[in-house]
Design a protein around this ligand. Structure first.
Ligand code: G6P
Length: 367
C-alpha cells in the first residue's frame, strides 16, 4: 500500500507518534508574533465581518464533538464570544434557529461524516455562515463550507483519532486567537499564547516519551470491567475524549463524568473494582478536584491522576501522570495525549484490533 503502518504495529500508534510533527504543520505560517495573532486566510472573513460575530456554534461527531467543546472554551476565554459545541448528529433534528450573527464551525477529520455534512447544509440552507476545521482537503464538508482552516495532520487511518484531534484543538486555538485579537484580547495575551502554542509540539513529544510508564498504568486499568474518567471545566472534554477512546478500543465500560457531579450519582458505583482516571490540572479548581479525589479514595476506588508537576494531591494514594505546563488555556490538549496512550496500551494488552474496533467505522457516511 502507498501508505502503511510500516514498522509500527498499528496506525493508531504511528499516528500518535506523528503528533509533534503534525502539530508543527497546523501552526506553520499561521502565527503572527509581531501582532500576537493568527493568519487564517482560508476563513474568507474580513475584520469587520469577524467583529460582527455574536456567537459561535460548533458541530461535529465523536471525537470531533469533544474537541469542539474544548474549542468552545477557548473561544469564550480568548475571544469572549459565547460558544458551545453540539453533536452534529442531533442538530438538524431539533429545527435549530439559525442566526445571521452566529458563526457555525463544522469539525471533521474526514470531511465526509454524513451527520456533520447534513448539519452544515441545514445551516447554509437557512442563510448561516459555516467555516470548517477539516483535515481532508477537498472533502464534502470542506467544499460545502464558506471557508475554513485545513488541519494538515496528514492521512489518518486508525478509527481512533489522535493527530487529527490534536490539530483540531490547535485549529481552534488559532481561530480563538484571531477572533480574540479583532476584539478584546490584548497584544500581550496574544503573544503569550503564540509562545505557548509554539511549545506544544515539543511538549507532546515529551509526553509520548513516557510510553513505558503509561503502558504499565494502562495494563492495570485494562483489568477492570468498568472505569470513570472525570474532570471539570477545562478538564472535562479531555475526560470525555479519554473515556471515548478507552471504550472504543478496549471495549471496557468507560464513563466520563464532571468531577463536580460525582456526588450526585456515580459515587454510588465507586469501589475497589472501579478505577477512576481523574484530570486535575493546576488551575482555579485544583483544590476542589483534590477534594473529590479524597471522596473516591475513601471508597477505595483506585485512582490515576493526570495533573501538573507540583500539584499537591494531599494524602490520596494515586498513580500520577504529570504533563508539562503551558498557558492554562492550552492545557486540554496536553491532558488528552496521555489518555490516548492509556487507551492504546489497554487495547494492546487485551489483544484487540487497535485500528479497526468492532462495530465502528473511520467515517460514517450513511445515515
Ligand atoms: C466516527 C469515528 C470517530 C470520529 C467520528 C467523526 O464515529 O469512529 O473516531 O471521531 O466518526 O469523524 P470525522 O471524520 O467527522 O472527524
Amino acid at each position: 500500500a502507498a501508505y502503511d503502518a510500516g514498522e509500527y504495529d498499528s496506525f493508531m500508534y504511528k499516528e500518535m507518534l506523528e503528533q509533534p510533527a503534525a502539530a508543527e504543520r497546523v501552526l506553520r505560517g499561521r502565527l503572527d508574533e509581531r501582532f500576537g495573532t493568527a493568519h487564517l486566510g482560508g476563513l474568507n472573513m474580513d475584520p469587520r465581518e469577524t467583529r460582527a460575530i455574536r456567537r459561535v456554534k460548533i458541530l461535529g461527531c465523536g471525537s470531533a464533538y469533544y474537541v469542539g467543546q474544548m474549542g468552545a472554551a477557548l473561544l469564550e476565554e480568548l475571544a469572549r464570544i459565547p460558544a458551545d459545541a453540539e453533536a452534529a448528529s442531533e442538530f438538524r433534528y431539533r429545527n435549530p434557529v439559525i442566526e445571521p450573527d452566529t458563526l457555525y464551525v463544522a469539525v471533521s477529520q474526514s470531511g465526509e461524516t454524513i451527520d456533520t455534512l447534513l448539519a452544515v447544509q441545514e445551516v447554509r440552507r437557512k442563510g448561516g455562515r459555516v467555516v470548517g476545521l477539516v483535515n481532508v482537503v477537498g472533502s464534502a464538508i470542506a467544499r460545502e463550507c464558506d471557508g475554513g482552516i485545513y488541519l494538515h495532520a496528514g492521512p489518518e487511518v486508525a478509527v481512533a483519532s489522535t493527530k487529527a484531534l490534536t490539530n483540531m484543538f490547535l485549529g481552534f486555538a488559532l481561530l480563538a486567537l484571531q477572533l480574540g485579537r479583532v476584539r478584546d484580547l490584548s497584544i500581550a495575551d496574544g503573544k503569550r499564547l503564540i509562545e505557548g502554542l509554539s511549545r506544544i509540539p515539543g511538549q507532546i513529544a515529551q509526553i509520548l516519551e513516557r510510553e513505558d510508564e503509561l503502558a504499565e498504568v494502562a495494563t492495570r486499568l485494562a483489568e477492570s470491567e468498568s472505569l470513570f474518567f472525570i474532570g471539570r471545566v477545562r478538564g472535562f472534554p479531555a475526560a470525555r475524549e479519554g473515556a471515548q477512546k478507552f471504550k472504543e478500543i478496549s471495549y471496557r465500560h468507560a464513563e466520563a463524568y464532571q468531577t463536580s457531579e460525582l456526588k450526585h450519582g456515580p459515587l454510588a458505583l465507586i469501589s475497589e473494582a472501579v478505577p477512576t482516571v481523574a484530570v486535575v490540572p493546576d488551575d482555579e479548581l485544583t483544590s476542589r478536584n483534590v477534594g473529590a479525589l479524597h471522596e473516591i479514595a475513601a471508597r477505595r476506588g483506585p485512582l490515576v491522576v493526570v495533573t501538573h508537576e507540583g500539584v499537591d494531591l494531599g494524602e490520596v494514594a494515586a498513580v500520577r501522570i504529570d504533563v508539562p505546563r503551558n498557558e492554562r488555556e492550552l492545557d486540554p490538549i496536553l491532558l488528552t495525549v496521555p489518555l490516548q496512550m492509556l487507551a492504546y496500551h489497554a487495547a494492546l494488552h487485551l489483544g484487540h484490533d487497535i485500528d479497526k474496533p468492532r462495530n465502528l467505522a473511520k467515517s460514517v457516511t450513511v445515515e
